[in-house]
Design a protein around this ligand. Structure first.
Ligand code: EPZ
Length: 426
């Protein structure tokens, strides 16, 4: 168990390079199970969730090998099992992609119920609706989701909610189905497009990813190849906000700036200068930030996965801001913990009202989930009066590669150490 210790007040200056996207990686890896051969996936972030998915795939018979820290070779021709019961499977959300991939490949899948960050109820009814529409019988028993089909046949599927997971999972099940599948009201996130591009590179026929309607013409088999995952929009946004809260001047590199528009434009409303290049943004922050209003929405809206980080930034902006959480029922659980720094945030259901304060103070904070943990780090970068100590770092390690090293390279005073600090240290 480790914790992160931050002495706030240092202005972040310099360059940070963004890794591949977690939420693309954890879907592309299961998608590689559909390939009857070898795929080589580059630009994978070296984070806990990726390692867990890799281990799960090995448990099913795939042979994997890291060519370098960010490139994994997957030979899925050796996959023999359709039953993913390992304990760790239940701890990550993305384990649900194993269902789509195994169902697509073997027409049967048995996978432990997915876990992941707790934002209230996280149903998977739209995934199941999609599998059933393709001809599968799906049952949930003894903590397992079990799906079986004699054959999968393409059809039209309308998603009742815009769901990233359901869109990708149905794509995975449909690429090897007979005939054509249409997913209506599909999610348009960059990682949905990335998975479609990966599948197409391997021989699938997926069109329309990135729009509301995805059309998948089933093919008989997918064969191997090389693919590079897109950069992580959420990691990039996290560093943009970290830079901004310190009044910093940071180049966030190796990104797709178009993926950042909703974030960049909100930051510009706050008085932050955003300079855009081909594959970077430069964030130049003033000393005083302006309040604004944010509503999280499916892409191309403001991403829910940057909502906690934005809440921290707004907590030191001049004036009153509002945040409406438009994706999850309960994604403000971190607020109680954050108010220990003096942040003034009041939550009412899916809305938070943030009264800007001029300073945050150091505190001991327990990360409540992945992005909340990132938000707490951002608070620590600004906090005065000593050391901010963040525990439950395991959540942060699920999604950010060497976050303390990247921030330290920008000038932050941040260290990882074994967890044993008490309140008195602050
Ligand atoms: C993905 O989760 C991401 N996780 C989440 O990122 C992200 O917050 C979320 O998409 C929204 O962008 C991964 O990609 C692994 P959804 P997912 O299905 O796919 C409702 C992070 O921090 N819904 O798009 O599970 C659901 O309750 C993580 O990196 C149904 O009602 O999210 C929610 O309100 C956290 N029925 C909304 O749809 C369903 O069958 C969007 O969920 C599925 C979802």
């Amino acid at each position: 168990m480790s914790e992160l210790c931050i002495r706030g007040g240092k202005r972040l200056i310099g360059d940070v390079t963004i890794n591949g996207a977690k939420n693309a990686a954890v879907a592309i890896l299961p998608a590689a199970l559909l390939v009857d051969g070898i795929s080589e996936i580059e630009n994978l972030p070296y984070i806990d969730d990726v390692i867990k998915v890799k281990e799960a795939m090995e448990g099913l018979g795939a042979v994997t090998e890291f060519i370098d820290a960010h490139t994994l070779k997957v030979d899925a021709s050796t996959v023999y099992d359709y039953n993913a019961t390992q304990d760790y499977i239940g701890n990550i959300r993305a384990s649900y992609y194993l269902i789509g991939a195994l169902l697509g490949r073997f027409k049967k899948a048995e996978v432990a119920m997915p876990g992941g960050c707790n934002f209230g109820v996280r149903p998977i009814d739209q995934h199941i609706k999609g599998f059933e529409a393709l001809g599968a019988k799906v049952v949930i028993e003894h903590g397992m989701i079990k799906a079986y089909a004699d054959r999968l046949v393409g059809t039209k599927i309308y998603l009742d909610v815009v769901s990233v997971g359901a869109t990708i999972n149905i794509m995975l099940a449909a690429v090897l189905a007979e005939g054509t599948t249409l997913i209506e009201n599909a999610a348009k996130e960059p990682h949905v497009v990335d998975v479609a591009n990966f599948l197409n590179m391997m021989g699938a026929e997926v069109k329309g990813a990135g729009t509301d309607v995805i059309r998948i013409k089933g093919v008989e088999r997918l064969s191997g190849g090389k693919y590079s995952a897109i950069p992580d929009q959420i990691e990039a946004g996290t560093y943009m906000m970290a830079a901004a809260i310190t009044g910093g001047d940071v180049y966030v590199r190796n990104i797709i700036p178009e993926h950042m528009y909703s974030v960049s434009l909100k930051m510009i409303e706050m008085g932050i200068e955003i300079e855009e290049g081909d594959d970077y943004v430069r964030v130049i922050a003033p000393e005083i930030l302006k309040a604004t209003n944010v509503k999280t929405l499916p892409h191309p809206g403001f991403p829910t996965d940057l909502q906690p980080q934005m809440a921290v930034l707004l907590s030191v902006a001049k004036g009153t801001s509002t945040i409406i959480e438009g994706v999850w029922d309960n994604r403000f659980q971190y607020v109680d913990e954050l108010t220990r720094t003096g942040a003034n945030i009041k939550v009412d259901g899916r809305m938070a009202v943030v009264e800007g304060v001029s300073t945050l103070s150091c505190a001991k904070l327990a990360a409540t989930d992945l992005r909340a943990g990132a938000a707490m780090i951002i608070a620590g970068l600004r906090a005065e009066g000593g050391e901010t100590v963040i525990t439950n770092v395991k959540y942060i390690d699920r999604g950010y590669e060497t976050i303390e090293k990247k921030l330290a390279a920008l000038g932050a005073d941040i260290q990882r150490r074994p967890s044993k600090v008490t309140e008195e240290d602050c």
